[in-house]
Design a protein around this ligand. Structure first.
Ligand code: IMP
Length: 410
């Protein structure tokens, strides 16, 4: 079976933690897009792992992981990350594979990324990791892929400083590189987890363009970025938080910006949820859960189910407000607009749902969830027409549970 997990908002929904949880029943975990702009935090016991490039399944001894052709890879960051997890006791040798069609991020791309950003009329708030430059080079057909390091024409055309920089990683990459299509074919009968990065609203096509990342972070990217056809994807799950966050610039229709209690709520959720970027440390912008955007994410990903995280942050609150429509120039809509001009004009139509007694944070199965919190979930399911099949109610592995099994046993 092939199971895809994507972010259904602007990234940072808790995908890394969910992939780690679901990886227990996977044989292979493949990351299909993005680069070291992503940050996945996984807590196991008293250890915290911060991953940027390596798929989250690596923490389990013996699991195989692969970095797909849809990714852009900075080898220096990759091997630093691998050295870091090794120090934390994870033996990764022999278990990490890399598509030889994945593009490389060269050191000069990072500076170029930042220079481009400084010249933009609409700065994106890029992480500055050279990701956009690597994807642009790929589309320009001037990129350098892992396989190209053994192509003498490409090698000779590279700048001396880039050749020197990559030389120490070349042999390591040689041992890890695979022809992804053949590799996936060999694993065709295995349980394969396809791990997304960023989120649907940061997707190059479906996100809030131009305030997006440059990879394909929706489910379609899972097939493309892992060298399989779309009909081989069996199930797609989207992770979302009970509120909305965004790092970097761009429209945010439900952002908590008004003075007074709204701003206080935003600040409170930021502290309770430790909403600071894993990659950049930037404070994340906070907003009300946006069901218009969530429904849209369900559509563009053909989601079979959602996984809801951070609902426990509302434990003890008297209500939870969610956005059920956008008002633009006095007209209400439930369609997610394409234009940033329209998105910037949105006045969110909020619906207040009652809070609950008891603690979602202490729930370990659906039956443990307080009734009023269950009513919130049912409201979301009815609005989006997608069931919520799993829950993350805290940072630890055992603070996670499924209402319906994620894996279909093969
Ligand atoms: P870039 O991909 O680094 O160029 O950044 C483009 C936009 O996507 C910026 O607003 C970033 O903050 C955002 N972004 C990129 N990766 C992530 C992520 O993993 N989580 C959340 N936001 C991200």
């Amino acid at each position: 079976m092939k199971l895809v997990v994507i972010g259904a908002q602007w990234g940072d929904e808790g995908k890394g933690k969910m992939v780690d949880y679901l990886a227990e029943d996977a044989d292979l975990v493949v990351r299909f897009s993005g680069g070291a702009n992503a940050g996945h935090t996984i807590k196991v016991g008293d250890q915290t792992f911060k991953l940027h490039l390596v798929p989250a399944g690596i923490i389990y001894p013996g699991k195989t992981v692969a970095l797909g052709n849809g990714m852009v890879i900075d080898p220096e960051s990759l091997f630093q990350e691998l050295a870091g997890i090794k120090e934390q006791g994870v033996n990764w040798e022999g278990r990490v594979f890399i598509s030889d069609r994945a593009h490389l991020v060269l050191p000069s791309y990072k500076q170029e990324d930042q220079n481009m950003e400084s010249k933009r009329a609409r700065p994106i708030g890029t992480t500055g990791r050279g990701i956009g430059v690597a994807y642009s080079r790929k589309a320009d057909r001037d990129g350098i892929r892992v396989a190209d390091l053994w192509d003498s024409v490409v090698w000779d055309s590279m700048k001396e400083e880039d050749r020197k920089w990559i030389q120490p990683y070349k042999n390591l990459l040689k041992d890890m590189k695979v022809n992804m299509a053949g590799f996936m074919m060999k694993n065709k009968d295995k349980q394969v987890l396809l791990e997304g990065a960023q989120g649907a609203l940061l997707d190059l096509d479906h996100g809030t363009y131009p305030y997006v990342s440059s990879g394909i972070s929706t489910c379609s990217g899972a097939a493309l970025g892992a060298a399989i056809g779309p009909k081989h994807i069996d199930k797609a799950l989207g992770v979302f938080k009970a509120y909305q966050t965004r790092v970097g610039n761009g429209p945010f229709p439900t952002e908590m910006l008004a003075e007074g209690s709204e701003l206080d709520l935003g600040n409170q959720l930021r502290e309770l949820g430790h909403e600071y970027g894993t990659t950049t440390g930037r404070p994340r912008r906070i907003g009300y859960l946006d069901l218009v955007a969530l429904k849209y994410a369900g559509w563009v990903n053909s989601l079979d189910g959602y996984i809801l995280s951070h609902l426990n942050l509302y434990d003890g609150f008297d209500k939870i407000e969610v956005c059920v429509a956008y008002e633009i120039d006095g007209v209400e809509t439930i369609d997610f607009p394409s234009s940033t001009v329209d998105l910037d004009k949105v006045k969110p139509v909020l619906k207040a749902l009652p809070g609950w007694e008891g603690k979602v944070g202490e729930a370990r199965c659906w039956d443990d969830i307080p009734e009023a919190a269950k009513a919130v979930v049912k409201f979301i399911e009815e609005y989006t027409d997608v069931p919520v099949v799993g829950y993350s109610v805290g940072p630890l592995r055992d603070e996670t549970f499924m209402k319906e099994p994620a894996w279909i046993k093969s």
